[in-house]
Ligand binder design. Structure first.
Ligand SMILES: [Zn+2]
Length: 264
């Protein structure tokens, strides 16, 4: 039986001399892994559409327990992701998250957010930390970890500086925080029974809230100061790693290449 899907290549593994195993994040069936026979041969019409970050239409068939690619037609290669090591590193982290959280269920909003994020990275129009944080927060919200950052969870105020309570998925204002026990910040590795939290300025909280609720195609269309962006991105990353309960090598690599003193 032939299966037609539209999807994004989020992982590739080369097998023997000419074949390639690809993992697709599809519109219709979520994550699908399939072998593309001869895909690495220069004469193969499948070559272009079976590379990492390619989005296209794929005709698959099942043989035994395994899926195979019969046809592959490229729609978008996001080629410009390869223009800089920083862009490529962020794109790799984005698809790494998807490989980890994706299931065999269709998740069209998450696919759209992923495609929009890769596109945003490829255009070079937005700061990478903004794209990264917006993607993290929206992806986490879509898969069921949507935080409520609209108002203080204790007193209901909605302006001023806040603390994001990572595992509770809500915020408390400075005043309520002072009343509560002392809260310290921890990175994932150090987290134990104590509360993990991150500071959110008013601007950072507004960005956070925007990324949860805006239309997916407007995900990066907001302005934020450098100072707020740094709080926003720190909170988004802490939130993501702690809810997914892991770190990512692709994230370490992204941090490595975007360090201010990194040598390119
Ligand atoms: Zn409060």
């Amino acid at each position: 039986m032939l299966v037609k899907v539209k999807g994004l290549v989020i992982r590739t593994v080369d097998i023997n001399e000419s074949d390639r195993l690809i993992t697709l994040f599809t519109e219709e069936r979520g994550i699908v892994t399939a072998s593309a026979k001869g895909a690495r041969s220069l004469r193969s019409r499948m070559m272009a559409a079976t590379q990492l970050f390619c989005y296209g239409s794929y005709v698959l068939y099942k043989k035994g327990d395994h899926m195979w690619v019969r046809e592959a037609e490229l729609a978008e290669s996001f080629f410009e992701l390869r223009n800089s090591i920083e862009s490529l590193a962020l794109a790799a982290y984005i698809v790494d998250i998807i490989s980890f959280v994706g299931t065999e269920e269709a998740e069209t909003e998450l696919l759209r957010v992923t495609l929009n994020s890769l596109y945003a990275v490829s255009t070079g129009k937005y700061p990478l930390p903004l794209i990264k944080a917006a993607f993290e927060i929206r992806a986490m919200s879509v898969i069921g970890f949507m935080p409520d950052v609209s108002e203080c969870s204790e007193c209901g105020r909605s302006d001023g500086d806040f603390i994001l309570m990572i595992m509770d998925g809500n915020i408390v204002c400075d005043e309520c925080r002072k009343k509560a026990n002392e809260i310290k910040e921890y990175v994932y590795e150090d987290s134990g029974t104590e509360a993990i939290s991150a500071v959110l300025s008013d601007g950072a909280r507004t960005a956070f809230n925007y990324c949860i609720h805006c239309p997916p195609e407007r995900l990066f269309s907001f302005r934020i100061s450098d100072e707020d962006l740094s709080l926003f991105s720190r909170a988004a990353e802490l939130y993501t790693l702690n809810h997914l309960e892991r770190n990512f090598q692709t994230l370490d690599f992204y941090k490595e290449v975007t360090r201010k003193d990194a040598v390119h």
